[in-house]
Design a protein around this ligand. Structure first.
Ligand SMILES: Nc1ncnc2c1ncn2[C@@H]1O[C@H](COP(=O)(O)OP(=O)(O)OP(=O)(O)O)[C@@H](O)[C@H]1O
Length: 284
């Protein structure tokens, strides 16, 4: 890989005061090239969202080096230089705004869009929001309020909001986790389409291994906390991938291998925890 777009070099993150800090990441390394689609999977609490927060500039590493968008260590001010789109499991929409205005929020905040927002661009931006809403199947819903939409529709709108400012980097934290399986699979296709159109760099946190195999070009499996990348797998399947392909034997085999790897990581962590508990009981 030439200059990576994202580079975590021996990154350690501790939460809380030194005496009883939680070690979330321990000398974690992860390099991602521009335009790549990387899925982070691993046991619950292993530090996946912590990596997303670091990359978003919401959190600083306790030690180690961090490059985002080719620049070092993004603070919340610096991360403004890389346009970032975010979508989470529960899309938070401002209830007093229409869906269109919710989708347009990044354009009110992120430069260079912000300086044009109040002037002539307002109408142009509204058209852009409408076009994106139509692309995700929400044509005609721009005037509705968030409470008038289903969970799946809100998640589609939240993807539009994440993409409206044409981010170079898209951070997705279990964005489809709360949806029924039909809606989830529809949104996988949509996400693949949106990624293929604009090719942002994507970092997806998910517990769904079939989702990771369908969407990602690489899947990184993390160890139990403190998290490290245990395995970095290329996902070689041709694009555009279809839902039928996600049930193909080679995809199922990959999913099964990843499942076993995560189960091993959890068992190793449980065993280590038992040893610590035994030592503590002996010492007491
Ligand atoms: N603000 C915080 N203060 C203290 N501990 C935290 C904080 N945020 C996260 N942690 C702890 O750090 C560890 C990693 O958390 P993180 O949310 O990154 O894990 P995760 O892999 O995303 O979990 P999940 O899959 O359950 O969403 C967990 O043990 C968590 O309890």
């Amino acid at each position: 890989m030439t200059q990576p777009f994202i580079d975590l070099a021996d990154v350690t993150v501790r939460y809380g005061a030194q005496a009883n800090a939680t070690l979330a990441l321990d000398r974690t390394n992860l390099r991602i090239a521009q335009g790549d689609f990387v899925a982070l999977v691993g046991p619950s609490g292993c530090g996946k969202s912590t990596i997303l927060k670091l990359v978003a500039g919401l959190l600083q590493p306790s030690s180690g080096g961090l490059i985002v968008g080719g620049r070092e260590s993004p603070s919340s001010q610096q991360s403004g230089k890389t346009r970032i789109g975010l979508a989470f499991q529960n899309p938070t929409m401002l209830p007093w705004l229409s869906i269109r205005d919710n989708v347009m929020i990044p354009l009110k905040i992120v430069e260079p869009f912000r300086q044009h927002y109040a002037k002539k661009k307002r109408g142009e931006y509204a058209e852009r929001a409408e076009a994106l809403l139509a692309q995700v199947g929400l044509k005609g819903f721009g005037d509705k309020r968030p409470w008038q939409l289903s969970g799946g529709m809100l998640q589609r709108a939240s993807l539009c909001r994440a993409l409206i400012h044409e981010p170079q980097l898209l951070l997705l934290d279990e964005p489809f986790g709360a949806l029924d399986s039909f809606t989830r699979e529809e949104l996988w296709s949509l996400t693949q389409q949106l990624w293929m159109d604009k090719r942002p760099t994507v970092l997806l946190v998910t517990h769904d291994l079939r989702e990771a195999a369908y969407l990602a070009t690489r899947i990184c499996v993390m160890s139990s906390r403190p998290g490290r990348i245990l395995e970095d797998r290329a996902v070689p399947f041709a694009r555009p991938r279809t839902l039928a392909m996600s049930y193909a034997p080679e995809v199922s085999a990959l999913v099964q291998e990843l499942r076993l790897r995560i189960a091993e990581a959890r068992t190793a962590a449980d065993a280590a925890q038992n040893v610590i508990a035994l030592e503590e009981r002996k010492a007491a």
